[in-house]
Design a protein around this ligand. Structure first.
Ligand code: CIR
Length: 271
């Protein structure tokens, strides 16, 4: 099956990577305080986490999303980071196989939810892949190999996407960076915001690249949703740079998710 206007670079009407109507989020469980993290950045304050989660949903709604909030999964401390469980493309959802063993059980409940929405569902059942390592642009799907995403998983995704007519390119997530999208975001159809350490590899040649000001690297993970950019609060230089470029910004406090390595994109599936 081929989705028209996808394989031509750049596709004139290929805006599916920034234009959406819906989003899925999942309420953080009390166990979120035990979420995986690379470094100790202090205890997660549950009340603040819930308030920030609420603000995040409000921002999505302001950007035009109809938001479905799934209920918390107590057994899975990282389940609020729904992005990692599925890749949503026009007409197709691909269920991931997380590299983090403690996260694999998050996929099946998400599959159930997406089965009611998507006509086509495919499954990764070999190797590992988390969708935090996947950046979708209008012309291609970029996959960064990482500690959570391996070549076997990427290869299976490639064959699934090939069958459905989507282009895919395999890249590398920088060492010691959790996910590919920890360091980049699509902020316009042909413009990628990225950290210097990622962009300097040349992986975004052919796109316009905006570099995150030095010292504000965590701001590289944001989402473009229709005419808005939703970004974490506390990164004034990045915010000013994007405003000067004419983007409309919504900021959301992310201090608590940041303690468990979560950012703006991880908290929703957008389609
Ligand atoms: C994890 O380590 O899996 C979670 N604590 C954070 C996941 C963040 N997800 C993402 O960047 N897409």
């Amino acid at each position: 099956m081929v989705f028209p206007a996808y394989n031509n670079m750049p596709g004139p009407a290929a805006t599916h990577a920034t234009k959406f109507t819906s989003a899925i989020t999942r309420s953080p469980a009390a166990s979120a305080v035990n979420g995986l993290r690379a470094h100790d950045m202090g205890e997660v304050e549950m009340d603040l986490l819930l308030a920030q989660h609420h603000d995040y949903i409000t921002a999505l709604q302001q950007a035009g999303a109809s938001v479905t909030e799934l209920s918390a999964l107590a057994d899975f401390p990282d389940a609020q980071f729904v992005e990692d469980t599925a890749l949503c493309l026009p007409g197709l959802a691909v269920m991931m196989r997380p590299g983090a063993e403690t996260r694999r059980g998050e996929v099946s409940p998400m599959r159930e939810a997406l089965s009611e929405i998507f006509d086509h569902i495919a499954d990764i059942n070999d190797g590992y892949i988390e969708a935090g390592d996947i950046l979708t642009t209008p012309s291609e799907v970029l996959v960064g190999l990482s500690a959570r995403t391996d070549e076997t998983g990427a290869k299976q995704l490639l064959s699934i996407l090939d069958e459905y007519g989507f282009n895919m390119r395999v890249l590398k997530t920088p060492p010691d960076v959790l996910h590919f999208k920890t360091d980049c975001s699509l902020i316009d159809d042909h413009c990628i915001l990225a950290t210097e350490r990622l962009a300097s590899s040349g992986c975004f040649d052919g796109y316009e690249v905006l570099l995150v000001p030095s010292g504000e690297e965590p701001a590289a993970n944001m989402i473009r949703y229709n005419d808005h950019i939703i970004m974490p609060a506390g990164f004034p230089e990045t915010e000013a740079m994007l405003k000067a470029k004419g983007f409309t910004i919504l900021t959301v406090g992310n201090s608590e998710c940041a303690k468990i390595d979560g950012g703006m994109s991880c908290l929703s599936l957008r389609f």
